[in-house]
Design a protein around this ligand. Sequence first.
Ligand SMILES: CCCCCCC/C=C/C(=O)SCCNC(=O)CCNC(=O)[C@H](O)C(C)(C)COP(=O)(O)OP(=O)(O)OC[C@H]1O[C@@H](n2cnc3c(N)ncnc32)[C@H](O)[C@@H]1OP(=O)(O)O
Length: 303
Amino acid sequence: MAGVIRKLVQNPVTFSKYLTAHSAGINSNVAAAQRLFSTGAIQFQREFVLTEKTGSKKNIGLITLNRPKALNALCDGLMKDLSDAVDEFEKDREIATLIITGQGKAFAAGADIKEMQGLTFAEVVTGGFLSHWLRVSQCRKPVIAAVNGYALGGGCELMMMCDIAYASETAKFGQPEILIGTIPGAGGTQRIIKVAGKSKAMEICLSGNQFSAAEAEKMGLVSKVLPPDQLLPESIKLAEKIGNNSKIVVGLCKEAVNRAYETTLTEGLNFERRIFHSTFATEDRQEGMSAFIEKRPPNFQDK
Ligand SMILES: CCCCCCC/C=C/C(=O)SCCNC(=O)CCNC(=O)[C@H](O)C(C)(C)COP(=O)(O)OP(=O)(O)OC[C@H]1O[C@@H](n2cnc3c(N)ncnc32)[C@H](O)[C@@H]1OP(=O)(O)O
């Protein structure tokens, strides 16, 4: 029974037809499927994105961009699915850390050129184009990009929206928009410069040249380069390490680090001090320090 339902839910269209067809009939199957969803035993498989709870405590939300035939080109549907998946894991109190990776030989080969090709200025200005794109950068929980292959254009920008990036030795990066008559539109001209400086940012954005994972690591775009078979296990290990800390304090720490992007050093230092003070209002700060003194591991309650 569970096997049948598992197959059905892996295809949302089939599943929704199934639910309709059986609404008046074999309701026990429907109820069983709903039970599996509600216990989290099965995650809803969207058209362009797979989600899975992983790690030894099942507290890591793994999101896999799943449009491999088009090298995970970021069409509107995929970005909507990605945004929904981030919503799902952000709401789930058990999930500590998110990981985004790609199916096949690409992380993402950029925005969908076929979808953009016919658009006019009026359509992109008035049509809410890019409206789903901010979701990853607005996630309160830490997000790790596990870059398995091409991260080009919007794919490189998506990686930079994440908090930490690990890359496979085979990954390729670049902002090739200039080669197709446009410019990066989701942070490429703004975020590379913060880590790599003006000369590198200009070189990357004006030439459209691809660069290797080793170069990305050297310029600080990714923090670790790994053999392909180690990419996901090492990303999960890092996500679990982060997940062992207090969720509330991790969220505050992420906010403080991100503030450095947006503000002056003096304002950033003031903000950091206030956030530091605010951790003293949490039970987890008390627990962490007590655990150290009592020479035992902390038992954080996310309070
Ligand atoms: C919805 C929000 C939009 C936000 C916009 C934000 C601003 C961002 C702009 C961009 O990202 S512009 C796109 C930048 N990316 C590129 O220019 C890369 C394009 N792809 C390539 O250069 C090559 O595909 C490759 C990555 C170097 C790989 O080459 P390879 O020879 O190995 O494979 P292909 O045969 O070229 O590709 C396979 C398959 O995938 C389709 N495809 C690849 N990239 C895209 C893409 N960006 N958009 C749409 N489709 C893509 C490619 O067309 C092939 O499919 P078929 O044509 O054979 O059906």
